[in-house]
Design a protein around this ligand. Structure first.
Ligand code: FAD
Length: 408
């Protein structure tokens, strides 16, 4: 018989709730400590197809399917007069052919409510401030009224996202190798009148004259959209502009996007985040594992964040249950190395997006459909499918393809 264990999870974002649901399914006692109260705003709104498989596996897909989120069937890319689309139905990998674009306030609350219904103890307004390891884990919590208390668990999963609680407390942080970038973003009532605009696709627009700058347009249901720009931090700082003026200036410099949003109502405050890419020395220890953004975050360009978060949660929760069942787990091989297959694959495409080699692949006019399907699979989140040569040998294959596209 499997011993019933207590797992503490820090954070109720997608990695926290997916891990909680899986552990609860295996009858463990699960407590989530979440410092905020839900619903709350969070960024990360365009999902990939593979997220739905992780939600399904955790028993959480039903609530999401019933929520009337905007269906997403692929990705569109625009740079001046260059335009390309990727349809998830044409994936190389045998998987889902659509997903959703979600307001995270609503999405995260639905998942949190569902895990609470499954028996997970959800403590909102409680912030993890310290940790000690002794016969398991002792967490120090601070409640919203300032009161402190200790909580003992057999294991802790850090799903604290940008809070990066354990990387900070245990000195695990290492700088990201990616350039520091800033995102400036908001929600709009979009009033998009362009009949050719496809609400079922995220639109990635490259800035008219600076291909290092890109915008996302993520349509939601009911006429609203998320819109944002990503720029090198130095460009934002040197501009000395307020974030709202900065976003408008970048859009105005990019005619295809400024004409799309010409009737939009800018009814929500502008938000900004910088230096979000992060890395760590290790993803696990005797009594802990890091999930999602607390483990590593690359870049928003291919909407890989929630996918990696849910994949890490699925891997870690399953390994932890095996460990509680008496199996010896090699966390380095079974968790870190497995998770890094997808992270490293996405990293290759992110780096080649910013050096523009992947942009030339994306906009290539006459692609081989079989190769396009393999690239499409990665954009759909199937970055762990080793049958796809653009996953198993991502760097070499992408280099070769980019050389061909640039030469023609
Ligand atoms: P989070 O969703 O960040 O959840 C962490 C939770 O932990 C929060 O609720 C927080 O309140 C809580 N917490 C933090 N500290 C503590 C503490 N001390 N005690 C208790 N609770 C705590 N990803 C996509 O998939 N698609 C996108 O379109 C996309 N766009 C993005 C755009 C930008 C500009 C950026 C920066 C990122 C984007 N991402 C996107 C990435 C996405 O935001 C994250 O990868 C994803 O939210 C990670 O989920 P998570 O569960 O790890 O953490």
């Amino acid at each position: 018989m499997v011993a019933r264990k207590t797992v503490a999870i820090i954070g109720a974002g997608p990695s926290g709730t997916v891990a909680a649901a899986l552990l609860r399914k295996n009858n463990h006692d699960v407590v989530i400590f979440e410092k905020q109260y839900f619903p709350r705003f969070s960024i990360g709104e365009s999902l990939l197809c593979s997220c739905l498989e992780d939600l399904d596996n955790a028993g959480l897909l039903g609530v999401i399917e019933q929520a009337n989120f905007q269906v997403k069937t692929g990705a569109a890319f625009q740079h001046n007069n260059r335009y390309a689309t990727f349809n998830f139905a044409e994936n190389f990998t045998d998987g889902k052919d659509s997903t959703y674009q979600v307001e995270r306030a609503k999405f995260d609350k639905l998942l949190a409510d569902e895990v609470a219904r499954l028996g997970v103890d959800l403590c909102f307004g409680e912030q993890v401030e310290d940790i000690r390891f002794e016969n398991g884990v002792e967490l120090t919590l601070r409640k919203a009224d300032g009161q402190q208390y200790q909580f003992h668990a057999d294991f802790v999963l850090d799903a604290s996202g940008y809070g990066r609680v354990l990387p900070r407390l245990l000195d695990l942080e290492v700088p990201s190798t990616l350039v520091t970038r800033r995102a400036v973003f908001t929600h709009i009532t979009d009033y998009f009148s362009d009949k050719a605009f496809d609400r079922e696709k995220i639109l990635i627009t490259t800035h008219a004259s600076n291909p290092e700058i890109w915008f996302w347009t993520i349509p939601f249901a009911e006429g609203r959209s998320s819109i944002g720009v990503v720029v090198p931090e130095s460009l934002y700082v040197d501009s000395q502009l307020d974030s709202d003026i900065f976003l408008q200036t970048m859009i105005n410099e990019t005619p295809s996007l400024s004409s799309l949003v010409e009737d939009s109502e800018w009814d929500t405050p502008i938000n900004t985040l910088a230096g979000y890419s992060a890395n760590v020395k290790t993803l696990h220890g005797e009594y802990f594992a890091l999930l999602g953004n607390a483990a590593e975050f690359l870049d928003p360009v291919f909407s890989s964040g929630v996918t990696i978060a849910m994949h890490s949660a699925t891997l870690a929760a399953e390994l932890l249950h095996q460990q509680f069942s008496g199996h010896d787990i090699d966390w380095e091989n079974e968790y870190s190395e497995k998770l890094k297959i997808g992270i490293n694959c996405f990293r290759t495409y992110v780096e080649n997006w910013y050096n523009q080699r992947f942009q030339d692949v994306v906009y290539y006019q006459d692609p081989d459909p079989h190769i396009k399907a393999m690239i499409c699979s990665i954009l759909a989140g199937y970055a762990w499918d080793k049958n796809n040569p653009f996953v198993s040998d991502s760097e070499n294959k992408l280099n070769l393809l980019a050389d061909i596209c640039q030469a023609s």
